[in-house]
Design a protein around this ligand. Structure first.
Ligand SMILES: Cc1cc2nc3c(=O)[nH]c(=O)nc-3n(C[C@H](O)[C@H](O)[C@H](O)COP(=O)(O)O)c2cc1C
Length: 188
């Protein structure tokens, strides 16, 4: 059975889900079974060999459902490879720099292997009235600053790190097939 990876993501206006989908695409092509879900729709994580959790950043923080996913599953997450990502900075060059608040604590709590900040998208038409007021006051640049090649590269790094899991599962499947063939031969 191919190794299974959960991608649990929180997004308010959809652009972070697109980043998760690109990570899922890369990992699927590398032979993993990927479940790509909203962080607040996930159930138990026991069956997954590795987990990636990401969130859009608002007012300096992850969305609550992503933080809740990590804290709710912290003990299980600590027992498997985990990566975190954030999507937020906008403009050229993307601002603000630095990790969202609370990320260092989450990384430490689950022993995550890494965290990556990806540039985001600010699409005025999708914002609520309150959000429009805030981005207006901040004079935040509008546009889509996401860098999908950067996302592809990061997902490829994760696939490389987890490649031994795929090799092990292929070896186990082959051993099972040989065992079945021997049992069938012995019964005739
Ligand atoms: C009201 C508001 C506040 C934001 N605050 C931050 C912030 O503090 N840091 C950041 O990096 N990005 C911030 N952003 C940018 C969003 O994180 C970015 O647009 C992101 O791509 C949105 O993701 P989503 O479409 O998945 O919700 C803010 C955007 C809005 C509308």
């Amino acid at each position: 059975m191919a190794p299974q990876i959960l991608i649990a993501t929180a997004s308010r206006h959809g652009s972070t889900f697109d980043i998760a989908d690109e990570i899922a695409r890369v990992l699927s092509r590398r032979g993993f079974v990927v479940v790509d879900k909203a962080a607040d729709e996930t159930e138990g994580i026991e069956r997954f060999d590795a987990v990636i959790c990401g969130s859009a950043v608002y007012m300096g923080r992850w969305l609550p459902e992503a933080t809740a996913f990590v804290t709710r599953n912290a003990d299980e997450l600590a027992q498997r490879p985990v990566w975190l990502f954030s999507s937020g900075p906008i403009g050229e060059p993307p601002q603000p720099e630095g990790d969202p608040q609370g990320i260092a604590q989450l990384l430490e709590r689950v022993g995550a292997r890494g965290h990556r900040n990806f540039p985001g998208r600010l699409d005025r038409d999708r914002l609520s009235l309150a959000e429009r007021v805030i981005v207006g006051m901040l004079r935040a640049p509008k546009g889509d600053f996401r860098d999908f090649p950067q996302v592809t590269d990061w997902a490829t790094e994760i696939a490389d790190a987890l490649a031994p899991l795929v090799a092990n599962s292929v070896a186990t499947d082959q051993a099972d097939a040989v065992r079945k063939a021997l049992l069938t031969a012995a019964s005739h």
